[in-house]
Design a protein around this ligand. Structure first.
Ligand code: FE2
Length: 295
């Protein structure tokens, strides 16, 4: 059937309208999902830890990751995370790497500025850190000096023993998967079987590569939760091999558990969509002490 010119124009206009309103809907969905790095949110969760003495149930751990001071974030952006962590009155604070972004050409004082906010963390059993890939890319020696200056141990395939009610808790800090040394055996050496442990790995891929070990509870960052999440699709980009499987949140595989933090700040672009910055507060339960939903 022949169309009159005005009918064709009407159809073109209609298609354009539909496309336009579709784009607007996507833009609106993304716009509504905008999350400022100035407003981190606290994720609270209860997790059972095998071997934890009943007397130590309720031990609270605050986790900060991917603070990335430099190109996009300032030390003030880290201070907000530190405040939220302190508000939880944690027994222990664990820092999961990537403290800088684009500081490679800068002097030691820029690294000191990036790490100094952690000096305000308050925790009964102390604060422990591991490095991430960006810390190596920007200057691991300067990161190490900065941590020394605030008195926080930076673990690289080492462990940190914590005396808890009824026993000890081993914090196993792995070096960065991409840039660090690979002696993972050294980190676990000498930890008695059955001793409660928390394994720290910046990159969650280690949850797969080291699955033959008793990792117990592994805490990771690195993914930023994808940073940009498209509604109905998922994270736009996750920079590691198994990141699509483990972009954020809590997972189990056999006897091991993994929790992946969305982290605090950004890399590549200073934007978070449907992916708020996170401070994590974990309350440990003795096995059998936690409801199935919480586990
Ligand atoms: Fe990161």
């Amino acid at each position: 059937m022949d169309e009159r010119p005005d009918q064709r124009r009407t159809r073109r206009v209609t298609r354009r309208h539909i496309l336009g309103s579709g784009s607007l809907a996507v833009a609106a969905a993304l716009g509504l999902g905008y999350r400022s790095t100035k407003r981190p949110e606290t994720e609270f969760l209860d997790l059972p830890l095998p071997g934890l003495p009943a007397e130590a149930a309720g031990t609270t751990i605050a986790v900060l990751s991917d603070t990335h001071v430099g190109r996009f974030a300032t030390p003030d952006d880290v201070e907000r995370g530190v405040e939220l962590a302190n508000q939880a009155n944690p027994h222990l604070v664990l820092l999961l790497g990537d403290y800088c972004y684009g500081l490679g050409e800068r002097t030691q004082s820029a690294f000191d500025d990036a790490i100094r906010p952690f000096a305000r963390l308050r925790a009964t059993y102390g604060v422990v850190a591991i490095p991430g890939n960006h810390d190596y890319w920007d200057g691991i020696d300067r990161v190490r000096v900065a941590f020394n200056r605030v008195g926080i141990p930076l673990l690289t395939n080492q462990r940190y023993m914590v005396s808890i009610p009824g026993g000890e808790l081993a914090i196993v800090g792995l070096d960065d998967l991409w840039e660090g040394e690979r002696q993972v055996d050294r980190a676990f050496e000498g930890i008695p079987a059955g001793m409660p442990r928390i394994t720290l790995s910046h990159n969650p891929d280690r949850f797969v590569y080291e699955r033959h070990r008793d990792l117990s509870l592994m805490l990771a960052g690195h993914t930023h939760g994808g940073q940009i999440i498209l509604p109905g699709v998922g994270p736009l980009y996750v920079p590691c091999r198994y990141g699509w499987r483990y972009p954020m949140g809590h997972f189990r595989a056999g006897r091991n558990q993994l929790y992946v933090s969305r982290g605090l700040n950004c890399t590549i672009i200073p934007l978070r969509i449907h992916c708020p910055p996170e401070v994590t507060v974990i309350t440990l339960a003795a096995p059998g002490d936690v409801s199935p939903e919480a586990a």
